[in-house]
Design a protein around this ligand. Sequence first.
Ligand code: H79
Length: 483
Amino acid sequence: MKKRCVGIFFFLLCSSLAFAQKYEANWASLNKRGIPAWFNDAKFGIFIHWGVYAVPSYAVVGPGGYSEWYWYNLRGTKEGSHDKVQAFHDKNFGVGVPYEKLESQFTASLFDPQQWANVFRRSGAKYVVLTSKHHEGYCLWDNKQANESWGHSWNAVTGTPKRDLLGDLTTAVRKEGLRMGFYYSLYEWFNPLWLKDKPRYVKEVMTPQFKDLVTRYKPSVIFSDGEWEMSDTAWNSPSLLAWLYNESPVKDEVAVDDRWGSNTRGKNNGATYLTSEYGSGMQPGVIWEESQGIGQSYGYNRMETADDYKKSSDLILMLVDIVSRGGNLLLDIGPTADGRIPVIMQQKLLDIGKWLELNGEGVYDTKPWKESRQWSAGKRPEVKDEAFMSGYSISNLVKKSKDHANVELFFTAKPGALYCFLPAYQPLLTIRNYTPAKGAVVSILGSSKAIKWQQKGKDCVVDLSMLHPGDVPDGMLVVKVKG
Ligand code: H79
């Protein structure tokens, strides 16, 4: 009898706990959660790669020339860029000087978080994602698991900056009205515990460290990475996400990416948003985000010149292309070891912001239209759909060529409005297979000039021939059809 009572008691306890537990630690359950709407409405975020790698700020320039991989390349075998990194290191820091010693030059002495946040707001970005910790393991906040597992100080507060870089930027970014999120690398190349005992690393370092970050700084975005060496179960990712979505202080607000194990990228859209990296991006129907630097690196690479950086107009084009397919752009910058955002990066962010100030109506809070783009006549070039290092360039696809068709329009939509983005001006704009409502009004964002249009068969033809330079704002023209 007594035994049975205990049994019933446990049954009731377990079922009440199960009731409180909204999402279970498996993908089928987690996928019911969805991505908070604010994320897909925001469209544009700023990514920041900042860590000890800002001291060397060096990579061999080219695709995949990531300066934040300096330590790995330095320790690496003879393949890839090892020899050049080694030669650079020996010359600039001395033969045999360990990477960890460079931390003493990571001063952040000129770091002005308000100035950074001010530039981010004026760029038109709606959220910021900072590397809380990259694969090197160095934490930008005061984390005890970092110091304990490394056996020496390995965070910015007990280390050289003597400052909570992550906390101070978080406060400043929020003050400017933007959302704040963090990149977090699951693995650490050379963490002694990771190398010795992976299950213990997951339990004693990664899990408590991640929870410390989330509970103390309450991120709106988590960009997990460095997941590929183990499966989601080995990382205990479903449990961690169940904690995040059921119990954490950001359970309703946080948007989380898809990098939670060697088997998770491109999957679980519902629990996570999908990511591409220097990729071609994705198609409407999933929540996704493309990230890349202005040049070919995420961390600052001092070997890159102005010619290695995308033009502001190409960055705007990239944003429009991505948004027309329902995605977000997370554009990366790399600050310096003394805490500055290189002026050329600031300038490009401000250029984007200037364009968005007049044209943001067609970007923020929009949805993809039935077509995301319109091609000119002719054979369309083959576009590889790849999420990683695809070589995709929308700047090439909009160029007129006698050999192949080019993209002549991008579209986005809001209830009652269609937005058409023109990568190149055309006096008579034909929107094919489109009949606006009777009495629809056509205008150009940022301009009060009256625009005429007429229906020609199946097509809508917009007359832009009476526009003169100065009549319309600089940069890519956006035609709005209302009604
Ligand atoms: O932080 C930046 C980079 O340092 C980091 N991610 C961005 C946001 C990063 N990029 N690449 N890598 C780390 C190396 C990983 C490459 C691969 Fe793979 C992982 C190759 C194979 C597994 C990508 C994922 C390609 C296939 C799966």
